[in-house]
Design a binder for this molecule. Structure first.
Ligand code: DAH
Length: 327
């Protein structure tokens, strides 16, 4: 057996020295050794003829040989076909092409684009603001009392005593009004952070789109009309929506909008809204006797979940291709 193995090894080395450059010849050399009737297969077939006690040792020898020959052969042909300058001879045009996998648009990005397009079409401009902000812009200027529970460590990621990861995009309302004279009509997309227990319905970061409209004659009817228009465009005319009275420190009166989730047979809140509280106008130096406004803040993941029937918010953040490729 030992001798036969050595003979194969020698023959192989000789063939290596005159290794072919043509793919078809390489293929036939390959089958000479590795094919169904190749040298290695023949070696294996002789196993039956040797004494049982010698079989394990012989088996190992053949296996080692096979491994070694495969490595050498693969390296040699790879060198030939991948590194060598390509010539018409060593390119096989009949091989199928390699498909390039391309990425897909993330469902949050996709939903955000739709939201932006709808608001832009009715005269809103798009602005952005800081994700790391001071307590003043995230809370105080928005009329949050000093000991409001939302300031609690349980909800807010503090970076320093007065510096937070914004808990909502409402901080940009303040920046906008500090830097712009009314009237104004903006939406503000962005990422927000909450120090919450992670579950199918809450994650430590998510995305919102803030809306702010300030002008001389703005009423709750404008707010309702705009949001109803938005909801019908994003979910279709048959959507079931409801305004539910609520409370936010920076709006008065305030409401939330729920959408009927047919899949789960329950209402799902998608946004908070209200008329800008006069105290907020005073904080930014707008005269509340002249200027009125409405604001809203909607959750992008919530809208994407309803639109696409997604039931776990964590899926948006896991980068799992099986999930992402569905959109
Ligand atoms: N900032 C609120 C939140 O994160 C959402 C919100 C409610 C935004 C009412 C608004 C508003 O602009 O008017 O829960």
């Amino acid at each position: 057996m030992q001798e036969t193995i050595e003979a194969v090894w020698k023959a192989f080395q000789a063939d290596l020295d005159s290794f072919p450059t043509d793919r078809r010849e390489v293929d036939s050399l390959k089958s000479k050794y590795f094919g169904r009737n190749g040298a290695l297969a023949k070696l294996f077939s002789q196993m039956g003829k040797i004494a049982p006690e010698e079989r394990p040792g012989a088996g190992k020898l053949i296996n080692d040989l096979k491994k070694e020959l495969t490595e050498i052969f693969d390296a040699k042909s790879a060198e030939l076909f991948y590194n060598a300058e390509s010539t018409t001879e060593n390119v096989d045009y009949t091989l199928p092409g390699e498909t390039q996998r391309i990425g897909t648009i993330h469902p949050v990005t996709k939903t955000l684009k739709e939201i932006k397009d709808i608001f832009k079409s009715i005269g809103f401009m798009v602005a952005y603001g800081p994700e790391i902000d001071d307590d003043y812009h995230n809370f105080t200027a928005l009329n949050f009392p000093q000991h409001h529970p939302a300031r609690d460590m349980q909800d807010t990621f503090f970076i320093q005593e007065n510096v937070v990861l914004r808990t909502h995009t409402s901080n940009v309302q303040i920046h906008l009004m500090e830097n712009t004279n009314p009237p104004l009509r903006y939406i503000v997309p962005g990422r927000v952070y909450r120090n919450e227990a992670i579950s199918f319905k809450s994650y430590c970061l998510f995305h919102q789109v803030e809306g702010l409209v300030v002008d001389k004659y703005i009423s709750f009817a404008d707010l309702k009309g705009t949001l109803e228009y938005f909801v019908k465009r994003i979910f279709g005319n048959d959507v079931r929506m409801r305004f539910r009275p609520s409370f936010f420190p920076f709006t008065e009166p305030s409401a939330e909008v729920d959408i009927w989730d047919d899949k789960r047979q329950q209402w799902l809140e998608i946004l908070g809204c209200g008329m800008v509280d006069p105290a907020v106008f005073e904080n930014v130096g707008y005269d509340p006797n002249i200027w009125h406004g409405y604001a809203f803040g909607l959750g992008i993941e919530r809208i994407a979940m309803l639109k696409y029937g997604i039931t776990d918010i964590r899926l948006f953040f896991q980068g799992d291709k099986r999930f992402l490729e569905q959109f």
